[in-house]
Design a protein around this ligand. Structure first.
Ligand SMILES: Cc1cc2nc3c(=O)[nH]c(=O)nc-3n(C[C@H](O)[C@H](O)[C@H](O)COP(=O)(O)OP(=O)(O)OC[C@H]3O[C@@H](n4cnc5c(N)ncnc54)[C@H](O)[C@@H]3O)c2cc1C
Length: 386
């Protein structure tokens, strides 16, 4: 198979990269491990787009007009849910079910070749990708590659230099699942209080303290999120399959125990049930590319603008180095993401977008959100097609 641009991973960044490149007339192929695009916004049930808007504004104002605002507007017209102000920032509620279908439609509209259930397993400069689909290998030749895998899998496949934060400081993983049959609408704070009581009484595991709930906007539906330490069986390593297996099983076990607890004790939860497991637990941080430029936490905090910026990082540093909730650090203003942070160092026509672009651990705490992922994906798609 041949393509002008091969996009690895169809998450928020890969979707934007593929659509942008195809809109310039390039032949684009996306390989995606799962059966839907959207990445963590579908497979891990992450249900809010952050990083779309400037902080500290009276009304929501898009930081990155272009595909980010287009996806936001299309999502809002589907769900009917407007942006919500949370402290100093605006976020847009999104629904993972709708996001998967919206991604299908956007890719179809511009004729992107979408290859689901396909995993990149090897890559040779030039570019020749080896892809596995259900036990068979095939090759894709491409003029340019965008690594939007979230895990910098192209760096791993090429044996290229990459960044990986030490285990103790990595942003913690989380498990998100769907619940149906909750009436009336939930009161998040009251539920958090109930969990504390349950843990104190010995009825709930201590790990349940990292749990919170949000109504999805659909009748009776709630998303629950459980921040995990990731170290249940040793050091947290998001690239270790045993560690990932533990995350998934721990998430399901705790979800079931909390549901049983609320069904017995919380009004409106008597007939609630778990309706959705995620396809995979949420990983906030893993490998990062080292590019021609490296965006730092200092750049983001100072709101540093650049002549060669290709997108704006407008989300605060959301540090989640423990499973006891986020530590938010608000920048002076939006920071420019330099072109070089999207260009893999030492390789021709290999670009990077999304949460594995070239940055340090602190900057990743800002740029990893989906709104910024759309914008860096758009920029990488344009570079790859150019
Ligand atoms: C629990 C949790 C809560 C979060 N909350 C928010 C929030 O409220 N708002 C927000 O905006 N962001 C949030 N984030 C962050 C955000 O969801 C992610 O950082 C963002 O989705 C990253 O997008 P991406 O496209 O870079 O990567 P991903 O979404 O991870 O997508 C990468 C895609 O690549 C595919 N892939 C990987 N390797 C291969 C391979 N070898 N071959 C083929 N395909 C491959 C994957 O299947 C995936 O679909 C949260 C994250 C977590 C974990």
């Amino acid at each position: 198979m041949k393509a002008d641009v091969l996009v690895i991973g169809g998450g928020s960044a890969g979707l934007a990269a593929a659509v942008t490149a195809a809109r310039t007339g390039a032949r684009v192929a996306v390989v995606e491990r799962h059966g839907a695009c959207g990445g963590m916004g579908t497979a891990s049930l992450v249900h809010t787009f952050c990083g779309l808007y400037f902080q500290d504004t009276e009304q929501p104002e898009f930081a990155n007009p272009g595909i980010a605002s287009e996806i936001a507007e299309r999502m809002q017209s589907i769900t009917g849910l407007p942006p919500v102000k949370m402290g100093r920032v605006w976020v847009l509620p999104q629904h993972p079910v709708e996001f998967a279908a919206l991604a299908d439609a956007m890719l179809r509209e511009v004729g992107v070749e979408v290859l689901f259930h396909c995993e990149l397993v090897a890559l040779e400069p030039g570019w020749r990708a080896r892809v596995a689909c259900r036990g068979c290998l095939f090759e894709i030749e491409a003029t340019a590659v965008v690594d939007a895998s979230g895990d910098a899998v192209a760096a791993a496949a090429l044996g290229a230099e990459h960044g990986l934060t030490e285990s103790a400081k990595l942003q913690r993983p989380a498990y998100v699942w769907g619940i149906q049959g909750v009436t009336p609408p939930i009161a998040g704070l009251e539920l958090a209080g109930r969990i504390v009581e349950g843990v104190r009484a010995g009825d709930l595991d201590k790990s349940a303290l990292g749990m919170h709930f949000r109504a999805s906007g659909r009748p009776g539906e709630v998303f629950a999120t459980l921040d995990l330490s990731g170290a249940e069986t040793g050091d947290y390593d998001p690239t270790d399959p045993r560690c990932l297996a533990t995350l998934e099983a721990t998430g399901r076990r705790l979800a079931q125990s909390v549901l049983r607890y609320f069904r017995d004790r919380a009004a409106g939860w008597e007939t609630a049930y778990i309706s959705h497991w995620p396809t995979r637990a949420g990983v906030r941080e893993s490998r990062r590319w080292i590019g021609e430029a490296v965006l730092t936490g200092e750049d983001v905090m100072a709101g540093r603008r650049r002549d060669d910026e290709v997108a704006l990082a407008s989300w605060p540093l959301e540090l989640r180095e423990t499973n006891r909730g986020p530590k938010l650090r608000y920048p002076e203003g939006p920071a420019g993401i330099p072109r070089g942070a999207l260009v893999a160092k030492g390789f021709q026509r290999l670009f990077v977008a999304g949460r594995c672009l070239s940055c340090d651990h602190e900057a990743q705490a800002s740029i990893r959100v989906m709104g910024t992922g759309f914008a860096t994906g758009e920029a990488a798609g344009r570079l790859a097609a150019g």
